[in-house]
Design a protein around this ligand. Structure first.
Ligand code: 6R9
Length: 656
């Protein structure tokens, strides 16, 4: 697999941390030093410094029964107390926690004192509805302050939340409710999306209707409903409760009880290689420690002055860790935006950055590339000078998008942190520290202090610098998943069996170490192609394609081929100006040649399909499986997890 990613590795632009930024940065080189002396003691120190423990722990890590870890096992804490009460008690109750912006332009500012008050009332309501420690509560809400309050109130009483992304259908909601056995669902009548009210309560009704004969015992006793969309909803008097009827009337006195460090905090479902979503289980003390630590040091949070904005929905792990838990545990002020980036106009995000003076923006490459597609004129209309740090998460960011992000959004001075992690890891694992690391466009670079990763071959042997293989995590970490809900066997099988001998966690990502030992993520290993015995990365070819000035976006899959095993099939979106001036055949021909020049003849796509859209999940990941179906001339498979289910028929028609 020697030279196939030379294109990426030939990336030789380097950006040293800005002196003024570094001088004031929270995360310093000392963290690496401390962690390398004693990794476990380092995490113990972070947990003590960053969190309030009702009962201090005496043991940091128990790893005597791998892969089942216990972090801070005999310690007790209350997660919500750490995110709320302690800031109020420290005299920061008037600090704004949430600068909320509705899609319609309505706004609410919620201080730490107000959010604490709301969460206490809600905690009393939940207890009144019979919810207690260990009970599961499904949360199916739009991006409104009540969503954050709901997560924290569940945490406050030691119960377990399962947030289901508002874009999931009734079916998706039902399977998650059933798997977790949720006793309560917290939802809204509807929320705003693309300028319209998108109903939520009707999906809950559908998910809970008609269980007779399904063999599934209904676990849900109540549905708590926030009024947001104002849309008509059906009402079941026995089961349904309006939030506004019970929460304001509830007592605002509620004492946060301590819970064990390993008390489960949440379940979050994520798709695996099989059809059935996995309920990833996270617990309290370790998760909150690493969420708080990474948000503080990677996002360089200065709680008194920063305005942080993580654009992820709370339905994803990024929203859990860097909207709810990290920023609030750090006492930061953050923007919470309900709507879509292009409603009512394509500059909506930049308008929000200007309006609130956002200083730190954390978003996904797919968003950056879609802004690239509409062009720099849109962000140029807004004052983005408040931004001092940019972050990227969710997929590999190609150097072109990285440079665009830095130049157009970050005024060519703003550092970028490319952060690698997963639902399973709970918090950031690999990333630059913005005040310390010299950054390289396209590389996530180095494991954080206290985190140990490696790149190994199929047998678990380290590949060494300059080589590619599989990314593994070699030591347990505080925010690691504790299991798959209800399925300990699947937990072992999926993540630990592959390198059982070494005791490594298998991340499922391909990676390469460059000559400096920096990590370059190459996409999921199921996205790695094998063409004539050469391993090719989808990411690398996509990066080369996007590096061509005619291309706005590209997705590459390995399609089966009689002679080469797999062949490269590329789906590209061409910029408007080029489409008008060139024939599709000419464009496809020149892109094939381009990739050949950039990477080598072996990577030259067999097929280049020019399309208008790419199929993406609601979290913005390209569904290559569906493109593979098209490239191999098959019937297109299950499209239910696509953000826009119509897109595949358009692509199939164009390709034909
Ligand atoms: C946080 C999140 C996890 C998968 C992961 C990897 C990809 C995430 C990345 C990245 C390259 C980065 N991924 N961050 N790849 N560079 N900075 O996205 O969690 O939805 O569980 O996805 O996303 O493939 O394995 P999740």
């Amino acid at each position: 697999m020697s030279s196939q990613i030379d294109h990426l590795l030939n990336e030789d632009r380097r950006f040293a941390p800005d002196g003024a930024f570094a001088a004031d940065a929270v995360g310093t080189a000392e963290l690496y030093e401390k962690a390398s002396q004693d990794r476990v003691a380092f995490w113990g120190e972070q947990a003590r410094e960053l969190l309030h423990w009702h009962t201090p722990f005496t043991e940091v890590l128990d790893w005597t029964n791998p892969p089942f870890a216990t972090w801070f096992g005999d310690g007790e804490l209350n997660v919500a107390y750490n995110c709320l009460d302690r800031h109020v008690e420290a005299g920061n109750g008037d600090r704004v926690a949430l600068l909320w912006e509705g899609e319609q332009g309505d706004e609410r500012r919620v201080t730490y004192a107000e959010l604490t008050d709301e969460v206490k009332r809600l905690a009393n309501v939940l207890e009144g509805l019979g919810i207690g420690q260990g009970d599961r509560v499904a949360i199916y809400l739009p991006m409104i302050p009540e969503a954050i309050a709901a997560m924290l109130a569940v945490a406050r009483i030691g119960a377990i939340h399962s947030v289901v992304f508002g874009g999931f259908s009734a079916d998706g909601l039902r399977s998650r409710i059933d798997d977790a056995g949720a006793k309560l669902v917290i939802t809204a009548d509807g929320g705003y999306r693309k300028g319209k009210v998108s109903p939520l309560k009707p999906a809950v009704d559908m998910a809970l209707a008609d269980r007779n004969g399904s063999g599934v015992q209904e676990s849900v006793e109540h549905v708590l409903v926030v009024r947001r969309g104002g849309n008509e909803v059906e009402w079941n008097d026995e089961r349904d409760v309006w939030w506004h009827d019970v929460v304001p009337a509830a007592s605002a006195n509620h004492t946060a009880q301590p819970f064990p460090s390993e008390n489960p905090l949440f379940i979050l479902y994520t798709s695996g290689t099989t059809g059935k979503p996995k309920g990833i289980l996270h617990t309290s003390g370790g998760y909150l420690t690493q969420a708080t630590f990474t948000n503080r040091n990677v996002h360089d949070i200065h709680p008194e002055t920063d305005i942080f904005w993580c654009t992820a929905d709370i339905g994803w792990i990024t929203g859990h860790t860097y909207v709810t838990y990290g920023p609030l545990a750090n006492g930061a002020t953050q923007v919470l935006y309900e709507g879509t980036p292009d409603t009512p106009h394509p500059g909506r995000w930049w308008e929000i950055v200007e309006k609130y003076g956002v200083t730190i923006l954390y978003t996904a490459p797919t968003a950056i590339r879609s802004f690239m597609k509409i062009g720099r004129a849109i962000p140029a209309k807004f004052d983005l000078s408040s931004l001092r740090l940019l972050g990227s998460v969710g997929e590999p960011i190609n150097p072109e998008a990285w440079m665009w992000y830095r130049e157009i959004i970050g005024a060519t001075t703003t550092p970028i942190v490319d952060t690698w992690w997963q639902t399973e890891t709970g918090a950031i694992m690999i990333s630059a520290l913005p005040g310390v690391t010299e950054t390289k466009p396209g590389s996530a670079q180095v494991p954080l202090p206290g985190i140990s990763v490696d790149v190994v071959d199929e047998n678990g042997a380290p590949v060494g610098d300059g080589n590619g293989g599989l990314l593994v995590i070699t030591e347990p970490w505080p925010s690691m998943l504790r299991g798959i809900w209800g399925d300990p066997e699947r937990y072992k099988e999926t993540y630990w069996d592959k390198f059982a001998e070494q005791g490594y966690y298998f991340a499922g990502d391909g990676a390469r170490l460059d000559e400096d030992g920096d990590v370059w993520l190459l996409g999921r290993v199921d996205d790695v192609m094998n063409v004539s015995g050469h391993r090719l990365s989808t990411t690398e070819i996509e990066s080369a394609l996007v590096g061509n000035e005619a291309v706005a976006e590209a997705a590459v899959v390995g399609a089966s081929d009689e002679t080469t095993g797999q062949a490269v099939a590329a789906f590209v979106i061409i910029k408007q100006s080029y489409l008008a001036a060139h024939s599709p055949d000419g464009l496809a021909q020149s892109l094939r040649a381009w990739v050949g020049e950039q990477i080598g003849p072996i990577a030259r796509p067999r097929d280049v399909y020019i399309v208008e859209e790419l199929p993406k999940t609601r979290s913005g990941k390209i569904m290559r499986r569906l493109l593979r179906d098209v490239a191999e001339g098959r019937e297109v498979g299950d499209t239910t997890t696509l953000a826009d289910t119509a897109v595949m028929s358009v692509i199939s028609a164009q390709v034909r």
